[in-house]
Design a protein around this ligand. Structure first.
Ligand code: TXA
Ligand code: MG
Length: 341
């Protein structure tokens, strides 16, 4: 079937009434069944979805995002049976984690089933599976009766979208449909855990943090060890980056902040500040935004603030350092990646 490479018009469908929700499900399912790629809400970040069993449809995700072929895509399911269809093994640990955290912001990596095309797994023998909790994508997956391959709905190396507008800014005109399911409730990407090794290995921190995981898994290894094969390209240093230079600092008060800003090279006269405990006055800064001192609320707001700073043409964003506790680990990880390079 011939498909246009670009869509001069991207339909944006709301979902805030039952009738609108149903109409949007119907449209998304039609397009997905026809091998198209559409942007759908999830509770973590918005996803750019295609039929996970259709290699050609998935290849279009890579084209649209400008995504490197070595970066595998997470497969989204809406039942334990569907998860089972995507893998060759469903170990007791997968069952325990699924019982504890699904539907939700956890991706488990397992040996992939033959039905999953190479392009989804970037040629690897494992596949990442997640059962998202957002009701919209759940209903679409059930109606399609196939799993959805979906990376975050942004251009490669840009900040993940947490609302439909963020998606439209990056992908408007490139896809036929964006479904508006409201603000993503979690706000950062899912936790990724590799279950092909013992003990399980945390590949990407997320709001389901290591303490919560370990309550279920017991032991858990974290990150890639020395000399180990890089299993998660999401662990590459530079990722989730805003256009502006981003630095993370701790300051005692406004004078201290000003002194530290003056040290940053090259000098930027009016940086944007994102603070959560030591809030400076706005004098001397392009903007000061305050995000709540609560890990969950902070995660929900963070990407929106970075998108906003990009929109304002920010050159420098100074973010107040988060606390060093497991609840804040994923946030610290995303800030570190955004500030790399
Ligand atoms: O919250 C999320 O996970 C969102 C929403 C849309 O579900 N998706 C997302 O996808 O963040 P993406 O493509 O931006 O991140 C996928 C990352 C890969 O970069 C890699 O780090 C990890 O998930 N991943 C996926 N499949 C893997 C596999 N087979 N082995 C190891 N890591 C894998
Ligand atoms: Mg992504």
């Amino acid at each position: 079937m011939h498909r246009a490479a670009t869509h001069s018009k991207t339909e944006v469908l709301p979902t805030h009434t039952r009738a609108l929700f149903n109409a949007a499900v119907k449209r998304a399912v039609e397009l997905l069944k026809a091998g198209e790629v559409v942007a759908l809400p999830t509770e973590t970040v918005y996803g750019l979805a295609a039929n996970a069993f259709d290699a050609e449809a998935v290849s279009r995700i890579f084209e649209i995002k400008g995504r490197p072929a070595h970066n595998p895509i997470i497969v989204h399911v809406a039942s334990a049976e569907m998860a089972n269809r995507c893998v060759t093994e469903w170990p007791p640990m997968a069952e325990k984690l699924a019982k504890a955290f699904w539907p939700g912001a956890l991706t488990v990596v397992l040996p992939r089933a033959e039905e999953i095309p190479d392009i989804v797994t970037a040629g690897g023998e494992t596949v990442g599976i997640r059962w998202p909790s957002h009701p919209f994508i759940q209903e679409v997956i059930r109606a399609c009766d196939f799993p959805l391959a979906a990376p975050s709905a942004n251009l490669s190396n840009q900040i993940s979208p947490t609302n439909a507008e963020h998606v439209a800014k990056q992908l408007g005109g490139k896809i036929p449909l964006i479904v508006d399911g409201g603000q993503s409730q979690v706000g950062i990407e899912s936790t990724v855990v590799d279950l092909t090794v013992k003990p399980p290995r945390l590949l990407r921190p997320g709001m389901i943090h290591e303490q919560a995981l370990m309550a279920v898994t017991g032991k858990l290894s974290v990150g890639t060890g020395d000399g180990e094969v890089l299993k998660s390209p999401g662990q590459l240093q530079k990722h989730y980056a805003p256009q502006a230079k981003l630095v993370v600092r701790k300051w005692r008060n406004e004078a201290d902040l000003n002194a530290q800003v003056a040290e940053i090279k090259p000098r930027v006269p009016r940086p944007h500040i994102i603070a959560h405990t030591q809030i400076p006055s706005s004098a001397g800064f392009a903007s000061v935004s305050v995000i709540p001192h609560d890990a969950e609320a902070f995660a929900r707001a963070l990407y929106g603030e970075l998108h906003r700073c990009d929109e304002l043409g920010a050159q420098l964003i100074v973010v107040e350092a988060p606390p060093d506790t497991s609840e804040w680990r994923a946030i610290a990880d995303r800030l570190k990646r955004a500030s790399a390079g």
